[in-house]
Design a protein around this ligand. Structure first.
Ligand code: GDP
Ligand code: MG
Length: 601
């Protein structure tokens, strides 16, 4: 919402502009007024919408055209005042004032206008017959009002309308020519409907409507009021209410009605609550709430976030097969302005036989986004309506920022649930097969089309009975240069092809150049172990190399299996990532043993 409102009064001389301002301020009609009132500021707490409001007068006698133009460009709303008993002053509204203001303001961001017919105490008849055609002709006119500075009739209303025109403009919501809501407004309300339709049956039930009402207006609707609302819709359209629930069409109709009846602040309240700004875009503040991530810390979803994501999954897994079909996925992301997951995601997480992302895979992908790109995670949760549905301040409440990794290493324990493993290996050594193997895919199932290739794979592994996420990242072997991000991870996997004599050297060299002196644990993996092993062309055999550098012996791995490849290696990597030094590994085993002993006592 705006921080303040600037109202400018213009119009022919002697129509009563200055008197209107003075009457508002002193609550009585001043017999004598100066040509121009000083600018006044009404403090926020005495205005109906609780925003400071500046009221600016204009006097042809005292001000130059240049000054007038400046005031016009500064104003948020302009009241064009005429006197109801003065035909010429009405005629000048269209012949002079509206074109003059239009010339001075941007076509796309026209200031709202209010037509004010003053001195209504002097006439019997109303000027509305003359004014309504003008209103219909110019869409920038928000409203019109007849008032009297003398009898104080409609004076506070006038300034209230002006405030409202700025704070809750109809312009972005409604097209008066077409008599319907604008496309952007329909789109925003559709998203709001889908977010609020928690069971995804296309209807807002009483329960859902009440939740919606409470989130937007802080009060539930009385049962009778709820019925009344639905009856209004029922009376006006056949398919606005179904099975006692409000349809999307009915929801749109209600808002059109609000707007047409001048209650568009209702629609604005809803839109703002769901994060929209005056241009009906989700605000940056809503999508990207502040979140501080100190160096050496990682980001994870907390328990409540997983529960929320689970409910979103359940809502869209209509056939209950624990996987999202392309249509179900599309429906899930229909509250996004774009499709966030490309086809590569299917090669990043677990899928079912049809290649559809499973429940496990879905949570894994969210975990990956949170770990690698937390801003994106905040944005996505924002689209899903996390802060609204979970009644939290912002999406930041869904996240855990983990303790600094250095402290974890010092204390030899960690609370983290997600660990990153960078996978290195010469070209053709079997890295992609190793990543896909983690998703339970043997060589037969690994029909990766190149354009959909993923350099990540994420799934879970059990370490001492605890489920942890392991994120594998395939690092391209092309360049000699490795960036800081290539090197920083929780565990390193050095992969060579047991059947290729020239593949081990790559691992040995990489280890000596980058990891020998680092604290990151490393594991050597001999891939394609189903093939005959050949002697490696290197001064030391892989086993001797490991002995010399106090590394665990090379682990054999193959994905050329009948069933899913073995998960042992992934569990080992996760364990290494959790307990980098062998000391804590032992200690952990011991303490677990002790725990069991105590438990059985
Ligand atoms: P301005 O030039 O537009 O600022 O007009 P003023 O405020 O100076 O008013 C011009 C004259 O109209 C003054 O004599 C006012 O007393 C008189 N006037 C202003 N408002 C009203 C009103 O509502 N009713 C009547 N009867 N006279 C008014
Ligand atoms: Mg004046």
């Amino acid at each position: 919402m705006r921080k303040d409102v600037r109202i400018l009064l213009v119009g022919e001389p002697k129509v009563g502009k200055t008197s209107l301002i003075m009457s508002l301020v002193s609550e009585e009609f001043p017999d004598e007024v100066p040509p121009r009132a000083e600018e006044i500021t009404i403090p926020a707490d005495v205005t109906p919408e609780r925003v400071p409001t500046h009221i600016v007068d204009y006097s042809e006698a005292e001000q130059s055209d240049e000054q007038l133009f400046q005031e016009i460009s500064k104003a948020n709303v302009i009241c064009i005042v005429y006197a109801v008993n003065n035909k010429k002053s009405i005629e000048r509204v269209t012949s002079h004032w509206i074109p003059l203001i239009a010339d001075r303001t941007d076509k796309d961001s026209r200031v709202p206008l209010i037509l004010v017919g003053n001195k209504s105490d002097l006439v019997e008849h109303s000027s509305m017959d003359t004014i309504l055609p003008i209103m219909n002709q110019y869409s920038e006119i928000e409203t019109c009002v007849e008032c009297s500075a003398k009898t104080l009739k409609n004076i506070s209303e006038l300034f209230y309308y002006a405030q409202k025109a700025v704070l809750h403009p109809t312009g972005p919501l409604y097209c008066p020519e077409e008599k319907e809501m604008k496309a952007a407004c329909v789109k925003a309300l559709t998203r709001i409907f889908k977010v609020s339709d928690m069971d995804n049956d296309g209807l807002l039930s009483d329960l859902e409507l009440n939740f919606f009402q409470r989130t937007c207006f802080n009060t539930p609707l009385a049962p009778q009021a709820l019925e009344d609302v639905k009856n209004v819709v029922r009376r006006n359209m056949a398919d606005g209410v179904q099975d006692n629930g409000l349809t999307l069409k009915g929801f749109h109709f209600l808002h059109t009605l609000f707007i047409q009846r001048g209650r568009h602040e209702t629609t604005w309240t809803v839109l703002r609550r769901f994060g929209y700004d005056d241009d009906l875009e989700l605000t940056q503040e809503y999508l990207f709430p502040p979140l501080k991530i100190p160096p050496d810390c990682t980001t994870e979803l907390n328990h409540n976030a997983y529960l929320f994501l689970q409910s979103v999954f359940d809502k869209h897994d209509k056939d209950r097969d624990c996987a999202l079909s392309p249509d179900e996925l599309k429906d899930l992301f229909s509250v996004f302005p774009y499709m966030p997951w490309g086809p590569d995601v299917n090669n990043t997480v677990c899928t079912n036989e049809q290649g559809w992302i499973t429940y496990q895979g879905y949570l894994s992908q969210w975990t990956l986004t949170t770990y690698l790109d937390v801003q994106r995670c905040l944005e996505y949760l924002g689209y899903l309506g996390y802060p609204i549905l979970c009644e939290q301040e912002s999406q930041a409440a869904a996240l855990t920022v983990t303790r600094n990794k250095r402290i974890d290493l010092q204390k030899k324990q960690t609370q983290r649930n997600v660990f990153l493993c960078n996978v290195f290996g010469a070209r053709g050594s079997g890295k992609s097969g190793f990543l896909q193997g983690f998703l339970g895919r043997n060589l037969m199932r690994q029909k990766i089309r190149h354009e959909h290739k993923s350099y990540y794979a994420i799934s879970t592994a059990y370490v001492y009975g605890q489920e942890k996420y392991l994120l594998l990242h395939e690092v391209l072997p092309d360049t000699d240069f490795l960036s800081e991000t290539d090197l920083s991870c929780d565990v390193v996997c050095l992969l060579y092809d047991v059947s290729n004599p020239r593949s081990f050297e790559f691992c040995a060299r990489l280890y000596k150049n980058h990891f020998m002196d680092s604290r990151t644990p490393c594991l050597l993996v001999g891939a394609k172990a189903d093939l005959p092993e050949v002697r490696q062309q290197y001064s030391l055999s892989p086993l001797d190399f490991c002995r010399k550098h106090k590394l665990p012996a090379p682990q054999r791995f193959t994905c050329n299996t009948a069933e899913a490849p073995s998960r042992d290696i992934y569990t080992k990597l996760t364990t290494k990532a959790m307990y980098p030094s062998s000391f804590s590994y032992l200690w952990m085993a011991l303490s677990l043993l002790l725990m069991h002993v105590f438990a059985s006592c």
